[in-house]
Each structure stands twice: as C-alpha cells, then as structure tokens.
Design a protein. Structure first.
Length: 151
C-alpha cells in the first residue's frame, strides 16, 4: 500500500468505508465524474481502490488527522458508510466538528443510533435494512401477493 498523503481537493466527496455500500457510492460518484477520496482501515479494500487508481487513505474514518488528510475542510460532502453504527456516529461528530458546512450522509442499522446521528449533525441517514425490506415488500405487492385477512 502506498503511504498516506494529504489530498488538496476542493468541493469533493469523502467516502468513509469502501465495503459493499461504500463501493456502490464510489461507483455512482465515478459515473457522475465527481472527485472523491476514500478512507478505509482494511487492507483489501484499500488495495482494490489503489488498483482502480482512486484517491485512497488507509486509515480510520473517525480520526481527525485522517479526515484532514482527506481534505475535510474543503470537501463539499462526506458519505460515512462504515458497517459499524458506533464508528459512523463518531465519524459524524468528528466531521461536523472539523467542517460546520459539510453535507453529511450516513447509514444506520438501528433506530436509536439514527436519532443520535441526527443529534450529532448528520444531514441524511439511510437505513439499509429498512430500505431493502420496503423494496422487497413493494415488489411482492407488485406481483400480486395479498395481505393476510384479519381474524
């Protein structure tokens, strides 16, 4: 892995977590020709991102130093999509502290944590399990599955 270097971008997006959700966020950013920096603390995703030529920092997305290296003070938005609600919450707090104007999008797996993310300063929160289950039920209704009658 290449050594971490500070990025000097402006108006970019920081993506904390390059797992399943983070890689989809990055794919969409690439489709829209948007500049971004990825932060991840696992060697495999970092290696994959490096091979694709992406701006990547091997580090912890909850760290002020790492977020500064990713250009948090000049970033337009941050997508905090690690697969750990506690880390996401801490990253939201840290990001909001470092840049009062940044748009913060994050994910949550728990309603209680969702409330805390709002209090911490998240602007947009997605709950993948709820979104997925609603989409599945919508499709089931679409193919004609009927509700069970009440007794």
């Amino acid at each position: 892995m290449a050594p971490t270097k500070p990025y000097k971008l402006k108006g970019h997006v920081i993506v904390c977590g390059y797992g399943t959700v983070g890689s989809k966020v990055v794919d969409t950013l690439v489709e829209h020709n948007m500049s971004f920096v990825i932060i991840d603390s696992s060697p495999e995703p970092v290696k994959k991102a490096e091979e694709l030529g992406y701006n990547i920092i091997f580090g912890d997305g909850t760290s002020s130093r790492v977020l500064r290296d990713a250009g948090i003070t000049s970033a337009k938005a941050i997508a905090i999509v690690m697969d750990n609600d506690a880390k996401n919450l801490f990253a939201v707090l840290t990001a909001r502290d470092l840049n009062k104007e940044i748009f913060i999008a994050t994910r949550s797996n728990d309603d209680f944590i969702r409330e805390k993310l709002v209090e911490a300063g998240a602007d947009y929160i997605v709950m993948p399990q709820k979104t997925a289950s609603k989409e599945i039920v919508k499709e089931l209704i679409g193919i004609g599955v009927k509700p069970t009658p009440s007794t």
